[in-house]
Design a protein around this ligand. Structure first.
Ligand code: COA
Length: 265
């Protein structure tokens, strides 16, 4: 399956596509034949990611946009359609996060994260909708986190927003199935990125990684390729009967027991 160019002729818009997990999705989808549209605020990183994909033999364009602004994301979809004539896949990956105890979180800090994660996902999905409706086909993939199902002490803003995106995934899946639009989600556990290391896991990187490995039953953090392959499967025709579902990919972390230390067993 993943040796084939399963996305030949397809167009994929990836928000936050200039770095971290978003760039990994974009590179993998391009490798599988998709024409990719990278959107995020930082044009410099975005153009670097675009150039990398093109150098790897893929197709990509970069469009600067803030997902919090409906007019920006509408412009992204127009640019995608102008460049490639269709929009088949939207990956809502753009996110914002930082560690802060709930009682110290400012109104603006709360709003910024909820605005990027929850409002941004809605604005992008709504902006992609007319193109997908016209084609009678579309795939929307929302990137959650395992804590969308539980608690995330220190990031109440992100946990609340991701739980909202989970409800949005299920609701839009039901509303838009009649148009051939499937809406799904992925809930990753620990997949190290520079952004997460800087914002969520301060301190000695090796020590942090060792702590993570201890919490994950399979004994390691996730590889970006593993996440990108799951995303590819869910956006492909192999998964046409899956909608409104969030797939957890976390090496068993969600089922771990707090007292269980696998290396001592
Ligand atoms: N601790 C506490 N509050 C913080 C904070 C931190 N580490 N970082 C930002 N904030 C607060 C700011 O103080 C500000 O509130 P204030 O006006 O009451 O002071 C508010 O959040 C907005 O910050 P600002 O930097 O102006 O917003 P922004 O729109 O430029 O950035 C963020 C949005 C805050 C989400 C920023 O972290 C971001 O751009 N993230 C994108 C990348 C990312 O987070 N990826 C996820 C990796 S896991």
């Amino acid at each position: 399956m993943f040796r084939d160019r399963i996305f030949e002729g397809k167009v994929a818009v990836i928000t936050g596509g200039g770095s971290g997990l978003g760039k990994s999705f974009a590179r993998r989808f391009a490798e599988l034949g998709a024409r990719t549209v990278l959107a995020s605020r930082g044009l410099e990183r975005l153009t670097a990611a675009r150039d990398q994909i093109v150098a790897e033999g893929g197709e990509a364009i970069a469009v600067a946009a803030d997902v919090r602004k409906p007019e920006d994301v509408e412009a992204v979809m127009r640019a995608a359609h102008d460049a490639y004539g269709r929009i088949d896949i939207l990956i809502n990956n753009a996110a914002g996060n930082f560690l802060c105890p709930a009682e110290k979180l400012s109104s603006n800090g709360w709003r910024s994260v909820v605005d990027i994660v929850l409002n941004g996902t809605f604005f992008c999905s709504r902006a992609a909708f007319p193109y997908m409706q016209e084609q009678k086909s579309g795939r929307i993939l929302n990137i959650l986190a395992t804590y969308a199902f539980g608690a995330s002490p220190g990031t109440v803003h992100s946990a609340s927003a991701k739980a909202g995106v989970l409800a949005m995934t299920r609701t839009l899946a039901v509303e838009w199935a009649r148009y051939g639009i499937l809406v799904k989600a992925i809930a990753p556990g620990f997949f190290p990125t520079p952004g997460a290391a800087e914002r969520l896991w301060p301190g000695d990187p090796e020590e942090q990684l060792a702590r993570m490995r201890r919490t994950v039953p399979v004994g390691r953090t996730g590889e970006h390729a593993e996440l990108a392959n799951l995303a590819a499967y869910l956006c492909s025709d192999y998964a046409n009967y899956i909608t409104g579902e969030a797939v957890v990919i976390d090496g068993g972390m969600s089922w771990n027991h707090p007292l269980f230390e696998w290396e001592k067993l």
